[in-house]
Every structure is written in C-alpha cells, then in structure tokens.
Design a protein around this ligand. Structure first.
Ligand SMILES: Cc1cc2nc3c(=O)[nH]c(=O)nc-3n(C[C@H](O)[C@H](O)[C@H](O)COP(=O)(O)O)c2cc1C
Length: 202
C-alpha cells in the first residue's frame, strides 16, 4: 500500500500592507490546504523586509539574513501557494524582489536548486473587475523560470472590497469552491509526488 505524507506548503502574498486583500486570500488558502490534509505555513512578507536587490550589496555583504531565512523556509516545504496583488498589470515589486533574493546563492548552493521540483498554485485578488489576473500570467512565467511547476488553474477574485466577509471568508460560494479545489489539487499532487515507497514486505 502506498503511504502519503502530508505535504508542506509555504504560503505568502506579494503585499506587506496590513489590510492587504491578498494576505486575506493567502490566509484562507492556508486554511484550505490544512483542511485538505496538507501542512501550511503562512508567512507575512512584512516580517521579512529585504533591500531592493543590488549586486554590489550582495557582493559586499552576501545574502541578507531575511533572504537566508526565506530560503531555509523554502527548503522545508515542497509546495508554494502565492497570492499576487497586481500593480499596473504586473506582479508587485515586493513579490519580484523577494523571489529574486531567494533565487540567489548563499555561497554554498544556488537558490534555484531550492525552487527546483517545487509545485505551486497561484491566486490573486484586487478591487478591480479582473481580480489581478494579468499578474498571474507573469507570476506563472517567473516561477517557471525558477524551475517551479505551476498548476494550471489560477484563481483571480475580482472586486476584493466586496468579496470578503467581515470574518475574512469569501462571500461567493463558487469562489470558495474554486479555492477549495485548487488547494486540494495542490495537496493531492504533492502527496502523490512525494509518496513514500510502497511497502513490499521487505
Ligand atoms: C501602483 C499601483 C498599481 C495598481 N495597478 C493595478 C492593476 O493593474 N490592476 C488592478 O486590478 N489593481 C491595481 N492596483 C490596485 C491594487 O489592486 C490594490 O491596491 C490592492 O488592494 C493591492 O493588493 P493588496 O490589497 O493585497 O495590498 C494598483 C495599485 C497600485 C498601488
């Protein structure tokens, strides 16, 4: 019988804003991951401030401590679930800068090695009518360049100001179902990928 261990999924949003809609969505996704049998670690990028990437700074001082901490977190997780705010049709500078620092070498190994073989799901929300979906195409592309396999079911929640209840839940049932399905799919795929070897009695 094949046994599946609970996959660990790192969850964060590309916004540091206290009232960030994408942080709300990321927190909901983390809950769904747990309900689906995964282990979710939600982190707030406000707790991991990083300077804007600068090659000279990297050469002189090495990786900032927070970049190392994020790399250590990534090393402990098989999956990523990222919530992407959209700025002028793009991912945010915070999302790009964070992933750029994480991709760098700590002097021993390339950050790219940490991203390889990871599987990600991407979601977004914005006050606009398209829910930040333009940023998702770019985030998928960036993650692909880092060697991450991205699930083909992005979820964009439009009109964020009306989309969440006071308790932080999604008001719309079909959106709740789509978030559930995406999180369940991520957990299931990771569990299968990382399944323990079937016991053959030896
Ligand atoms: C510089 C800037 C550009 C923006 N461009 C877009 C955009 O292209 N599409 C969109 O839906 N919202 C856009 N917005 C609005 C954001 O979606 C909104 O500020 C949102 O609340 C940011 O996500 P957060 O709540 O997770 O911080 C923009 C906001 C800023 C500050």
């Amino acid at each position: 019988m094949t046994t599946y261990s609970a996959p660990r999924i790192l969850v964060f949003a590309g916004s540091a804003r206290e009232q960030s809609y994408n942080k709300r969505l990321a927190r909901l996704a983390a809950e769904r991951v747990e309900q689906a049998g995964g282990l979710a670690t939600f982190i707030d990028l406000r707790d991991y401030p990083l300077p804007l990437y600068d090659g000279d700074l990297e050469n002189h001082e090495g990786l900032p401590a927070n970049a190392r901490s994020l790399q250590a977190l990534l090393a402990e997780h098989q999956g990523l679930l990222l919530a992407s705010p959209e700025y002028n049709g793009f991912i945010t500078p915070l999302m790009k800068n964070t992933l750029d620092w994480m991709s760098r070498s700590d002097g021993k190994q390339s950050g790219l090695a940490l991203f390889a073989d990871r599987v990600a799901a991407v979601v977004s929300t914005s006050p606009g009518a398209f829910g930040g979906m333009r940023s998702l195409a770019l985030l998928r592309q960036l993650l692909g360049n880092l060697g991450v396999t991205v699930l083909p079911n992005p979820l964009a929640i439009p009109r964020a100001a009306q989309a969440f209840s006071e308790a932080g839940e999604l008001e719309d049932e079909s959106q709740r179902d789509r978030l559930d399905a995406l999180c369940r799919r991520l957990v299931t795929i990771l569990a299968k990928l990382h399944a323990a070897e079937p016991s053959n009695g030896r």
